[in-house]
Ligand binder design. Structure first.
Ligand SMILES: NC(=O)c1ccc[n+]([C@@H]2O[C@H](COP(=O)([O-])OP(=O)(O)OC[C@H]3O[C@@H](n4cnc5c(N)ncnc54)[C@H](OP(=O)(O)O)[C@@H]3O)[C@@H](O)[C@H]2O)c1
Length: 316
């Protein structure tokens, strides 16, 4: 049997990277093996991966030398940054640049960079439809990722830009789940009007990434957008209601109301939803459902994801 190619996975104990590690493990007879990168190899999640036979390597995304060591000998590398761990676009830019340099130095043959749009290409800082944040961003957690694309494209390593989508898991973990309003009904609040939100089960991002690695050079130097479905707020509320067995209403609020909700990141997310609403043809058009399903045949629809996860959705 020929030697398997190693894919080094940043964030392997998290949502995106974890999905990729599990996709590789499911394909036990395939050509690839995962190397799980974690900054804490002793954690329960890292130990769990080790017990499944996954190689675990220690590295911190803020330590370039550790990244280079963790990428050493790998065929592929999955690169993702963790904006919500620090809320700093500058840190995200520095981490992405370090990942791209480390991949080059380690001789990696194919990198996938988990990215989002630099929204300033659509909404320049002079466009006052939404406030400029942190002095030079419209959607900080998007813009820094999009601005970082060039580090990978210019690194000399064949790179694929994986344009991800809103996780439906945000209804479980990110405080976006249905909440009881003053009307006594459960509701979800999104400033999306009647426009469609490209969404995906976070777990399925890794499966799509695996599909990209399996296709070798086909996606090198290209961007590929992924989503499980494009759904309006009203459609998501109806599906949530059906799954939960009680009515869930969709509350469409203006982006300025969402930005003022006061939780950490509310302005960033308010601008993000407004970008998705105002440039909806691009937002959905850049994330082909057919391409996503071809890359990952196990791709879930929202209803399938709900059937599997409804008991985990907290009802506020
Ligand atoms: N929420 C959404 O809808 C959405 C949609 C698209 C894109 N995104 C983007 O997804 C990114 C986060 O990815 P995710 O959801 O997969 O993350 P996640 O589930 O929060 O996982 C983060 C993992 O990264 C590891 N980690 C944290 N800090 C690290 C460091 N300094 N060095 C090395 N590893 C570190 C942690 O593992 P260890 O403790 O084991 O090291 C953790 O398990 C964000 O940048 C966000 O903007 C989110």
């Amino acid at each position: 049997m020929s030697e398997k190619k190693t894919i080094a996975v940043i964030g392997a104990t998290g949502a995106q990277g974890g999905g990729l590690v599990r996709a590789i493990l499911r394909d036990a007879g395939g050509d690839y093996r995962a190397r799980a990168i974690t900054h804490n190899p002793n954690s329960e999640k890292a130990q769990q991966l080790a017990s499944l036979g996954v190689e675990v390597a220690a590295a911190d995304v803020d330590d370039e030398n550790s990244l280079r060591r963790a990428f050493d000998g790998a065929y592929g590398a999955y690169c993702v940054t963790f904006f919500w761990a620090h809320f700093s676009p500058e840190k995200e830019l520095a981490e992405a640049a370090a990942m791209a340099r480390a991949a080059k130095a380690a001789g990696v043959r194919h990198v996938i960079w988990s990215t989002l749009e630099d929204t300033r290409k659509w909404v320049p800082l002079s466009d006052n439809r939404m406030p400029t944040l942190n002095g030079k961003y419209k959607v900080p957690h998007f813009d820094a990722k999009g601005e970082s694309d060039r580090f990978f494209l210019e690194s000399g390593v064949p790179a694929t830009l994986l344009l991800t989508s809103f996780y439906w898991d945000n209804f479980i973990y990110f405080g976006m789940g249905p909440r009881k309003g003053p009307d006594g009904h459960l509701g979800i609040t999104l400033p999306m009007g009647d426009k469609k939100l490209a969404g995906i089960a976070a777990e399925d991002i890794g499966g799509c990434a695996y599909g990209v690695f399996q296709r070798g050079g086909e996606y090198a130097g290209k961007m590929v957008g992924i989503a499980g479905e494009h759904l309006t707020g009203a459609q998501m509320a109806a599906s949530l209601g059906k799954a939960l067995g009680q009515e869930v209403r969709y509350h469409d609020v203006p982006p300025e109301v969402y930005r003022a909700l006061g939780f950490p990141g509310a302005e960033d997310l308010g601008n993000m939803f407004q970008f998705k609403r105002d440039f909806n043809d691009h937002h959905c058009g850049a994330r082909s459902l057919a391409v996503s399903r071809a890359l990952n045949p196990e791709l879930q629809t929202f209803d399938v994801w709900l059937a599997r996860n409804k008991s985990r959705i907290p009802l506020g």
